[in-house]
Design a protein around this ligand. Sequence first.
Ligand code: MG
Ligand code: MG
Length: 272
Amino acid sequence: MMYKQQKQRMPVEIKSKKELDLMRAAGKIVAEILDDVEQHAKPGVTTGELEQRARAILEKYGATSPFLGYPNAQEKWPPFPGWICASVNEEIVHGIPRMKRVLREGDLLKIDVGATYGGYIGDSAWTFAIGKVSDRARRLMQVTEESLLQGIAQVHNNKRLWDVIATIQHAVETNGFTVIREYQGHGVGREMHEEPSIPNFLDDEFDKRPTNVLLKPGMTLAIEPMVVTGKWDTKVLGDKWTVVTKDRGLAAHYEHTVAVTENGPEILTQWK
Ligand code: MG
Ligand code: MG
């Protein structure tokens, strides 16, 4: 899950070695769930079934989902009811898993997974092709994953957050796709959404200060490009959670929790 735009308020936390160990453990659980999704997300399977499998893995480790019960930004709306997010095709993020939502050949499935373990959170998302998808969908997946990996490669001591962001945006836009503006990545640790905010674009009318963060060892970042084939405008469906593209363009989403170390990036949610 990610954050709606908000202003920078607090300094970015530096995690201790012990805290990083707990985040590694949380990240491994997240990775196991994504690996399980890859094996089971096939035509005929429901997003509700994938959620049940994810829940079983979390419970096996005594972990919980930081998404379940997460308050809606619109306070009058219900908290998030799912253990994971499952978003299909034009749905970008925050889709609610359902036993009636049957995956079909050609669907583009985004699964976002969080695990809270020992008080610390791992957060990662991946996009899965259900059966054979269109060439355009396949290209969208490749470009979005590559933008994440290129962005992560910028995570070094004394680099700026904008180096990460500019790299992601460039990787996406030079391939003819568009980054979502209204949702973004975030610091992560004891809370699912910590400082700094990590948008996926720089040329914006929003507050630019968060992107000025100097990266330091011990910072833990959830970097998550959300990329679409059409325009970046979004809307929220009647379930008050599922975010879709207004123009019904296809969406892909990849996310890793990454620690800044003395030796560059350490992906805490690595699974493949
Ligand atoms: Mg996130
Ligand atoms: Mg996430």
